[in-house]
Design a protein around this ligand. Structure first.
Ligand SMILES: Nc1ncnc2c1ncn2[C@@H]1O[C@H](COP(=O)(O)OP(=O)(O)OP(=O)(O)O)[C@@H](O)[C@H]1O
Length: 269
């Protein structure tokens, strides 16, 4: 399998703060990674590097076989899909849902007289349908619910047929039903062999869709543990990454975690 992303001893420093610290991580074709870590662990910064938007202070980052710093990132970026709150904020609220997805084929937000090919129109429609939001194609992006927006964003990130798809907290702000619908859609994406390599950043094991294969646990900008999810997602590793004693459960392909408290002991008195 080919390396889609290869980070070797990547360090990111800002002033006296070390945000990523000597981090090595490889994502290969066909892999579906979850990146978990507490607030401030460095997850968003890691995606900035993985999407070619931030260069390491030291170390080497290879994206789709090209070394960051020695390649044209503007050629690289359309080959890497990214969905994040920061990018969503840049989408004009008066843009139609169809155009939000369509403009991604040209790496822009805001439609302005581009001549779209029929094949693009049809791909945008298919992606909206795949995420269950095709009925919203003519609505303005700004009028959508949070859950609808998240699904449109992922459809947009897939529009350029990327070789790597990075999803930064796609379930943040969703209610339980919205989260479950999104987890279902991501599970389908994970199952489809035509999908790109996937990297999903989250704070919650409950948001890990079935079919995700690997886990990177980040702690204070360093790799706490990484590898196949069945080996790495343990109560011990999770407790270490989140600095709290956790119990982990696995049922029906889904995970859940909660703090080990002294409730049971207290209840006994
Ligand atoms: N330009 C900067 N200068 C100094 N510190 C920074 C800078 N950018 C980010 N940081 C710090 O780096 C750490 C990691 O930030 P990052 O956003 O990558 O974490 P995260 O794991 O995505 O956090 P969250 O889960 O809260 O979104 C944080 O403590 C943040 O305050």
């Amino acid at each position: 399998m080919t390396d889609v992303l290869d980070l070797q001893a990547v360090t990111i420093r800002r002033g006296t703060t070390t945000i990523l610290d000597d981090l090595s991580w490889t994502v290969r074709e066909g892999e579906r990674w979850v990146v978990l870590g507490r607030n401030g662990a460095g997850k968003t910064t890691l995606l900035q590097v993985a999407s070619g938007r931030m260069h390491p202070t030291s170390g080497a980052a290879e994206l789709l076989g090209s070394r960051l710093g020695a390649t044209d990132v503007f050629e690289l970026r359309p080959r890497i899909g990214l969905s994040s709150a920061a990018l969503a904020d840049r989408i004009p609220s008066g843009e139609t849902v169809r155009d939000v997805v369509l403009t991604a084929a040209y790496g822009v937000t805001g439609r302005w007289r581009e001549a779209y090919e029929e094949v693009d129109e049809s791909r945008a429609g298919d992606l909206l349908a795949a995420f269950g939001v095709d009925h919203l194609a003519d609505r303005f992006f700004g009028t959508l619910s949070e859950g609808e927006r998240k699904r449109v964003q992922i459809a947009r990130a897939l529009m350029s047929d990327p070789e790597l798809l990075l999803l930064d907290e796609p379930a943040a702000g969703l209610d339980l039903g919205g989260r479950e619908e999104l987890v279902g859609a991501l599970a389908e994406l994970a199952r489809d062999p035509r999908s790109p390599a996937l990297v999903l950043v989250t704070h919650h094991v409950e948001e890990i869709p079935p079919g995700f294969t690997h886990l990177l646990l980040l702690r204070q900008g360093r790799v706490h543990a990484a590898g196949p999810i069945v080996d790495v997602l343990t109560a011990e590793n999770l407790s270490g990454a989140f600095d709290v004693s956790l119990r982990l459960d696995h049922a029906d392909g889904r995970w859940s975690a909660h703090a080990v408290t002294s409730t049971a002991v207290r209840g006994a008195h």
